[in-house]
Design a protein around this ligand. Structure first.
Ligand code: SF4
Length: 103
């Protein structure tokens, strides 16, 4: 079951930044990997997504949201999954590893 406890409430100001996202209308498969994607294919896809993020006016809000809500998947705020895990530190990596083993 999805844990929604870290998601902000339904108040619109928590989500308004998304209205200005450079990725609005873009193909979401550019930002989220398909099952079993590895190596060069993943690197190339993420690089394309990050090129959109570079010119995004709400990049900081997006990255903050992904870190606060512990988004495990996708490119957010110009950072990939591994980059965000590294930023969150060892405690989060342990939690992620435990969650992956349990899944
Ligand atoms: S930073 Fe990237 S993923 Fe986040 S809203 Fe902007 S374009 Fe979309």
């Amino acid at each position: 079951m999805t844990d929604v406890s870290r998601l902000p409430g339904a108040l619109h100001h928590h989500w308004d930044w998304q209205l200005h996202a450079a990725c609005r209308g873009a193909d979401s498969s550019l930002f989220f990997h398909p099952p079993n994607e590895r190596g060069d294919a993943r690197a190339v896809r993420e690089e394309h997504a990050k090129r959109i993020c570079v010119r995004c006016p709400v990049r900081s809000a997006c990255l903050r949201h992904s870190l606060e809500t512990r988004e495990k998947f996708g490119v957010w705020g110009g950072m990939g999954e591994e980059e965000r895990r590294a930023l969150l530190g060892p405690a989060h990596r342990e939690l992620h590893a435990h969650a992956s083993r349990a899944a």
